[in-house]
Write a protein that binds this ligand. Sequence first.
Ligand SMILES: [Fe+2]
Ligand SMILES: [Fe+2]
Length: 169
Amino acid sequence: MDRKKSINLLNRAIAEELTAIHQYMYFHFVLDDLGYDLLASIFKKTAIDEMLHTEKFAERILFLNGEIEMKPAKNIEHIKDPEQMLKWAMKAEEEAIDMYNEFALEASQAKDAGTKQLFENVIIDEERHFDTFSTELENLKKFGKEYLSQQAMERSKRLGSQIKSQETG
Ligand SMILES: [Fe+2]
Ligand SMILES: [Fe+2]
């Protein structure tokens, strides 16, 4: 087994995951501030998934007696438009899927079936993320501003009924 090779692949994977975590949390903050609760929570939930991927990769590095670098691949982009956010996310997921497919092959060549399997498991999650973001982008395109104003209205309704129940209770 070529441990060094696997450790290098795993650290590169962590760099991608950290970039996604930072960017998705930034999207979450902006969307939450705008009151778009559904989309805000999708980005937060996905960021948590990417954190769990980071944890699995880090555990594997330690198992291989390597050092965890924890350096994000890129700085975040200050994107404020929901459609651009979804496009950024779909591209990132697509790139992760391609990258981890390549890394699974390289891990196999390094005779490291455990690392190969880890990449393959994570690919399934990234495919699910891609699917979620692409559905949201379709909805946004189909329903336009309605899609977002609906989410903001849901929040107002919820707040309204909370105030009401405080008054009567
Ligand atoms: Fe991930
Ligand atoms: Fe992902």
